[in-house]
Ligand binder design. Structure first.
Ligand code: ADP
Length: 604
């Protein structure tokens, strides 16, 4: 699994490269074929140029000397011109095809990430290591890593290597010295790329968390809610400073790496230029010795230059490839994360509804990267049709318990059973069809009112009567009278009309009620409301849910007289369980909470 220091990470380069190629050929068959042809043609072109130019120069020299044949001159000239135009045309077409398909390929790679997100166990969303992995995968993908690997490796194998072999053969004909001269003058590029590439990968790997933090701090400036709060608190300068520090922290390491890179490249370039100078001297010596003629002298220098570039390209690309593959490996590491079991894998137990009871048998749970149990040794039963309140102070484990109850998180110890069957083995769609969950941090959909309600049962999107009924049940008649009615878009994000925080909460409740479920879990969506209004809404809710099994999570005691049973949580454990009067008689945690909050409900 991902850790912050990955120096011992084993990278399976061949496996990654195979997957990169397979995906690329699958997503872009035409671009793949053109890239191959283009690089093969490009690989042969310089040697072809060297031969045709040498003949052309020779013919021109002979004509100048009074001999030669002008037809031959035209022939070599035309041949060179046709090959030049054809090669450039092929480059243009290939670039165009690659460019045009780039967006489409990005979508395909991203689609795989979306598919992963939709099948990932929900507990992974609580894991910061997995968020780091996602950050890396996204960042590399946006940087075009897959295209880069395919192009550079094909370029290395077909263009640079072919260039190298063919030019080496041509030059070796005149003097073998050209070859070691060329290799030695560009070899340091490869070493520099290998060393720097490895360092760069480690830096980028560690950087994922810092980059996420940077994005988060930037988000504080752009989110209209946090912007307001920061202004009022006068903390915007402080957060800006934090963002700047964070940005410098991210950038400094990269800048330092780029600086080292630039220095080593400068040294490599100096050596390459010295090598080129030595080649000119060698060619000159060969010409003065009459080993080669003037035509070949010119072609030799041009061919050496191309050979040097090809060797440099080959060594640079070869040196960079391990780093690039390591980046692509981060993407595949994310894509390979375990997924939630499908119906067949989980045994495919179809859920046919609650006809007996839900049992929590000694369940315990810890969040990833956390030492403390958020829920510890919890056991109790919920019978069909019962209304249960889970009460407790903030942080006592109520929300976590509700997620374990719905099988959204896996229990570390113990089991949750519905009608005697373990929840994690149920076929998920058949199970969730019967459940409605109203979350504490529900979503405010910046969409029309109609969609905000029908999101929980999208098949009834056009059932105006049902939607209106849900709105009225949640006490939202006034929204129906607004311009646009059900089609009035909510929120100002896209020019809709804004509603109050309390109205958004009521909408979340209406959405929960709209879904025809037999089991409702309501996790404090009313917590921001006045206690008396909360009690009023919850009373209405319990009335509406009279035929259903319901769990209401709250840190307030307002609804407790109305429910069948109250489970009081403290530090992840069930401190007390029973009816309102029974618990008061125990004079324990419930009594403490009740006494502390009693004043809020005096009017009752
Ligand atoms: P409640 O709903 O009663 O306010 P929670 O179930 O949200 O309490 O939290 C119970 C405990 O689990 C708290 O100590 C909280 O800090 C911890 N916790 C909640 N979410 C996470 C998380 N994503 N990662 C680690 N710990 C968490």
């Amino acid at each position: 699994m991902a850790d912050s220091d990955n120096k011992n990470k084993k990278i399976k380069y061949f496996n990654i490269y195979g997957r990169v190629l397979k995906n690329y050929f699958k997503f872009a068959p035409v671009a793949s074929v053109f890239t191959l042809i283009n690089y093969i043609a490009g690989g042969l072109f310089p040697a072809f140029t060297a031969i045709t130019l040498a003949s052309l120069f020779d013919e021109a020299y002979n004509i100048q000397q009074g001999g030669g044949n002008s037809n031959n001159l035209v022939f070599w000239g035309l041949l060179y011109l046709i090959a030049y135009v054809a090669n450039n045309f092929l480059i243009f077409i290939t670039e165009l095809i690659i460019e045009l398909g780039a967006d489409k390929r990005q979508v395909q790679y991203r689609y795989l990430m979306c598919a992963k997100l939709s099948r990932m166990p929900l507990i992974d969303f609580e894991n910061s290591n997995i968020k780091d992995m996602q950050q890396r995968a996204e960042e590399h993908l946006y940087g075009g890593i897959m295209d880069r690997i395919v192009r550079s490796s094909l370029q290395l194998i077909f263009l640079n290597l072919l260039n190298f072999i063919t030019l080496a053969i041509v030059l070796a004909k005149y003097s073998l010295w050209f070859l070691p001269l060329c290799l030695v003058s560009v070899l340091p590029y490869s070493i520099a790329r290998l060393i720097r590439g490895k360092e760069f990968y480690y830096i980028k790997y560690k950087m994922a968390k810092k980059s996420r933090r940077l994005g988060y701090l930037w988000g504080l400036f752009t989110d209209r809610r946090t912007v307001k709060e920061l202004r009022v608190l006068g903390a915007d300068d402080y957060v800006f400073e934090k963002w700047t520090e964070s940005r410098d922290d991210v950038q400094n390491e990269l800048w330092e790496q780029n600086r080292k890179d630039a220095v080593s490249l400068l040294l490599c370039d100096a050596l390459r230029i010295i090598g080129y100078g030595a080649c000119i001297v060698l060619a000159l010596v060969l010409t003065l010795n009459k080993t080669v003629n003037v035509g070949v002298f010119g072609a030799c220098i041009a061919a050496f230059f191309t050979l040097q570039s090809a060797t440099r390209g080959m060594l640079v690309l070869g040196g960079e490839l391990p780093r690039e593959l390591a980046f692509a490996g981060d993407y595949f590491e994310y894509i390979d994360l375990p997924e939630e079991l499908s119906a067949e894998e989980s045994g495919g137990v179809l859920y046919s509804g609650l006809h007996d009871k839900i049992e929590l048998r000694n369940i315990s749970f810890k969040y990833p990267n956390s030492e403390k149990y958020a829920v510890k040794n919890v056991s109790f039963e919920i019978h069909k049709g019962e209304k249960i309140a889970i009460l407790g102070e903030n942080g006592s484990g109520k929300t976590t318990l509700s997620k374990l109850l719905l099988g959204l998180f896996p229990c570390e110890k113990g089991e949750v059973l519905y009608n005697g069957k373990i929840v994690k083995n149920f076929d998920k769609p058949s199970f969730y069809k019967t459940v409605s969950a109203i979350a504490q941090n529900f979503t405010q959909y910046k969409l029309p009112l109609r969609e905000n309600i029908a999101m929980s049962d999208i098949n009834s999107l056009n059932d105006d009567e049902k939607i209106t009924g849900a709105l009225k049940s949640a006490g939202l008649n006034e929204l129906l009278d607004k311009a646009g009615g059900l089609d009035n878009e909510l929120g100002t994000a896209f020019g809709g009309s804004e509603i109050s925080g309390g109205q958004w909460q009521k909408i979340a409740i209406a959405r929960g009620l709209f879904r025809e479920s037999e089991f409702i879990v309501m996790d404090e969506p009313t917590s921001a409301l006045d206690p008396l209004i909360e009690t009023e809404i919850l009373t209405k809710f319990i009335e509406l849910a009279k035929d259903k099994t319901a769990i209401i999570i709250s840190h307030r005691v307002g609804l407790c007289r109305l429910v069948d049973k109250i489970a009081v949580m403290k530090n992840g454990e069930i401190a007390e369980i029973g009816k309102h009067d029974e618990l008061l008689a125990q004079n324990g945690e419930y009594t403490r909470l009740f006494t502390a909050q009693e004043k809020w409900y005096r009017e009752n």
